[in-house]
Design a protein around this ligand. Sequence first.
Ligand SMILES: C[S@@+](CC[C@H](N)C(=O)[O-])C[C@H]1O[C@@H](n2cnc3c(N)ncnc32)[C@H](O)[C@@H]1O
Ligand code: SF4
Length: 396
Amino acid sequence: MFRFTAPPPLALYIHFPWCARKCPYCDFNSHAARDGVPEQAYIDALLKDLEQEIPAVWGRTVQTVFLGGGTPSLFSATAIDRLLSGARACLPLNPDVEITLEANPGTVEQAKFAGYRAAGVNRLSIGVQSFSDPRLQALGRVHSAAEAVRAAQVARDAGFDNFNLDLMFGLPGQDIAGAIADLETATQLNPAHLSWYQLTIEPNTLFHARPPVLPDDDLSWAIQEAGQSHLAAHGYTQYEVSAYAQARRRCRHNLNYWRFGDYIGIGAGAHSKLTDTGQGTIARRWKKRQPQAYLASAGTTACLEGRRLLGVGDAVFEFALNRLRLREGFALADFANVCGLGPERIIPLLEQAAAEGLLTLNEDGVRHTERGWRFLNNLIERFLAEEDQHARGQPD
Ligand SMILES: C[S@@+](CC[C@H](N)C(=O)[O-])C[C@H]1O[C@@H](n2cnc3c(N)ncnc32)[C@H](O)[C@@H]1O
Ligand code: SF4
């Protein structure tokens, strides 16, 4: 159905489904580790899972690895070393591979940073959320603001010149000054990258059941505008909805998702997206979500929870959903390369959006206008209509 000249770049995502405590706002596949983590058994399971993935990506080189969660930093540096050595033994990694690990800023975690660096991790992503103790308490976080500051310093001392801080805004009780104070502390720590997310209330979380009072839309908008100016003035360029980076420090792993690249996902609940150039297919697959069920089945076909082949409409929509999150825009050739489709599949939708002032479309490619960036959801929804048309049975 799809025609590819070459497969897109390949990444590896490794999920760790445990945290010290479940945060009341979080809907990620993470579970409170009441009795510690089954470190040996989980690394064994991950390696078996990875081995099973190899035939699907034979001959391809992994460009980036992301150890995410959950809280991977609950695992020892020895365990991470065994995992990365195992991965290197069965998959070619680019010599310039980016290997990120998500860490919580607690003191226990900080003590492991140097060991992670020695194991080959070259980028840390530290989940700070806020530098205000009252805000951290309202978010149910297990660490203090002082520990978060210290974590950034320890990361640098451990040899991580490339680290990210995760912050959230629109927090219960937060005003503009509070949000900017968080960014001020963050930029003083000089991280290479800042992820600055607006807190959202997700179904199946404690905050959904008992919602805290959040800043209203006007205040959230004002916080966002003030924060973006602050970040720009301190050398952080916004390149995605929530991602800001110093020059040449964009997260290559996340860029690959947003550019609709391929990835293998291993670990509980992890998703893969893989292009088969021979068959002309794009497949999504996902593993068993519950840690115990995953541990019991990793490396066998029973571990696969689901699989779906994308249709043409899916590919167009999923490309737009991801790619339009990036400020960089795209060339029509980028669409053709990763979707395996001719540009005529997307041009009518782009022309319509351009006619409404949401995009510009010319020989240089596609760029958002400021209006398109501001009404991004509206822009993206137009590509969903394409999927609906195909779901209604239009010939491909
Ligand atoms: C998968 S979490 C992993 C990071 C690490 N476990 C931590 O929390 O320190 C990645 C990031 O997503 C963000 N996040 C999680 N839930 C969110 C929500 N409901 N709204 C906005 N951002 C959220 C947080 O900033 C978090 O650091
Ligand atoms: S926000 Fe991070 S630490 Fe909190 S439950 Fe989610 S993954 Fe775990």
